[in-house]
Design a protein around this ligand. Structure first.
Ligand code: NAX
Length: 328
C-alpha cells in the first residue's frame, strides 16, 4: 500500500524517541515501500524541544516520511493512528513509593487508553515501552473497552535481545545462531530468560552451556539487571537499544516471526502456562500480519515454574494496586 501508515509515539522528545523516530522514518518497521506519518505526543513543557526533533526529522529528508504532527492532546494526536508506541511514562525515581509511581502512570495511561479507544483507527496496535511497561499496558487496555485486548502489548524485546546477546557471548555462537529465546513474566528484575527452550545452533541452550550454576547465578541476573549496568556505565538509561527493541517488536508483529522460531512479547494472558487471564505477561509468541499466538505445549520444569510464578506474582500485585486505585 502507498497510503501512509500513521504511527503515534509518546514521550517523543525523550531519549528513547530520539533514536526511535529516525528509524521509524527510515522504514525500519514497515519496510522500504510503505510511507509513514508520525504523530508525536509530548507534555506541554516539552513541545519546544520536540520542535527541534521535528526540525531534525525534516533535515533528514526521509523519502518515506509523509508527514509529522505534534501536540499535547492525545485525542488529537492519536486520531486515526494504526500503531501507537507509548514510550513516555513516569518510571520510579529514587525514594519513590511503588504505589505513587503506579498512580502517576495511571494519570498517563488511563487517558491515553481512552483517547486510543475514541479516535485511533479500527486496526490500531499498541506497544508500551514506558515503565512499568506491563502494568501501564494493563491500564491502557482496561481504559479502551472498544479495542480488542489482543491489540495491547508491552515491550520485553529488549530483555529478549539482551538474553540472546549474553548467550551468544557465553557460547561463542553468533546471535543469528540462537533461536527460540523466551522472556517470561514482567519487564523487571523478576523477569525469567529461559534457556531450557532457547537453542544454540539447534541444541537446547541449557545443554550447550552445561552449567546450571552459571545460568542461575550469572546469566539470569546479568540479563535482568542489564538496565542498571547501562545506567551505571553511561550515566543514563538504555535508549538506543530500547528503541531498537521497540522497532523489532513492532516490525515482527506485522512482518511475522521466522518459521520454527518465536519471539517474546508481553501480551494479555489467556491463562496459558498458569498465568492468570488478563495479566499482561511476557510469553513466547509467533506473529503474523499484526496478530500473535502464544506458543503452546512447552514443558515447564520446576525451576522454570518457580521463576515464572515469582514474576507473575509481581504482576498480580501491580494489578491489585492499580485496581485499588480505581485505574482499571
Ligand atoms: P525520557 O525521560 O528521556 O523521556 C520520556 C519523555 O516522556 C519525556 O520527554 C516526557 O516529557 C514524556 N512524557 C511524560 N509524560 C508524558 C505524557 N503524559 N504524554 C506524552 N509524553 C510524556 O525517558 P526515556 O529514556 O526516553 O525512556 C522512556 C521510557 O522508556 C521510560 O519510562 C523508561 O523507563 C522506559 N524504558 C523501557 C525499557 C523497556 O525495555 N521496556 C527500556 C528503556 C527505557 O528505560
Amino acid at each position: 500500500s502507498t497510503t501512509p501508515v500513521k504511527v503515534a509515539v509518546t514521550g517523543a522528545a525523550g531519549n528513547v524517541s530520539y533514536s526511535l523516530l529516525f528509524r521509524i522514518a527510515s522504514g525500519a518497521i514497515f519496510g522500504p515501500d510503505r510511507p509513514v506519518e508520525l504523530r508525536l505526543l509530548e507534555v506541554t513543557p516539552a513541545l519546544k524541544a520536540l520542535e527541534g526533533v521535528v526540525m531534525e526529522l525534516d533535515d533528514s529528508a526521509f523519502p518515506l516520511l509523509a508527514g509529522v504532527e505534534t501536540g499535547d492532546d492525545p485525542n488529537k494526536v492519536f486520531d486515526g493512528v494504526n500503531l501507537a508506541l507509548l514510550v513516555g511514562a513516569k518510571p520510579r525515581g529514587p525514594g519513590m513509593e511503588r504505589g505513587d509511581m503506579l498512580k502517576d502512570n495511571g494519570g498517563i495511561f488511563a487517558p491515553q487508553g481512552k483517547a486510543l479507544n475514541d479516535v485511533a483507527a479500527d486496526d490500531v496496535r499498541v506497544v508500551v515501552t514506558g515503565n512499568p511497561a506491563n502494568t501501564n499496558a494493563l491500564i491502557a487496555m482496561n481504559n479502551a473497552p472498544d479495542i480488542p485486548n489482543e491489540r495491547f502489548s508491552a515491550l520485553t524485546r529488549l530483555d529478549h535481545n539482551r538474553a540472546i546477546a549474553q548467550l551468544a557471548a557465553k557460547t561463542g555462537a553468533s546471535v543469528t545462531e540462537i533461536s527460540n529465546m523466551t522472556i517470561w513474566g514482567n519487564h523487571s528484575a523478576t523477569q525469567y530468560p529461559d534457556l531450557f527452550h532457547a537453542k544454540v545452533k539447534g541444541q537446547v541452550a541449557a545443554e550447550a552451556v552445561g552449567d546450571q550454576a552459571w545460568i542461575e547465578d550469572t546469566y539470569i541476573p546479568t540479563v535482568a539487571k542489564r538496565g542498571a549496568a547501562i545506567i551505571d556505565a553511561r550515566g543514563a538509561s538504555s535508549a538506543a537499544s530500547a528503541a531498537a527493541a521497540t522497532i523489532d517488536h513492532a516490525r515482527d508483529w506485522f512482518a511475522g516471526t521466522a518459521q520454527g522460531d518465536w519471539t517474546s512479547m508481553a501480551v494479555p494472558s489467556d491463562g496459558s502456562y498458569g498465568v492468570a487471564e488478563g495479566l499482561i505477561s511476557s510469553f513466547p509468541v509467533t506473529t503474523k500480519d499484526g496478530d500473535y499466538e502464544i506458543v503452546q505445549g512447552l514443558e515447564i520444569d520446576d525451576f522454570s515454574r518457580g521463576k515464572i510464578d515469582a514474576s507473575v506474582q509481581e504482576l498480580t500485585e501491580e494489578r491489585d494496586t492499580v485496581r485499588g486505585l480505581g485505574l482499571i
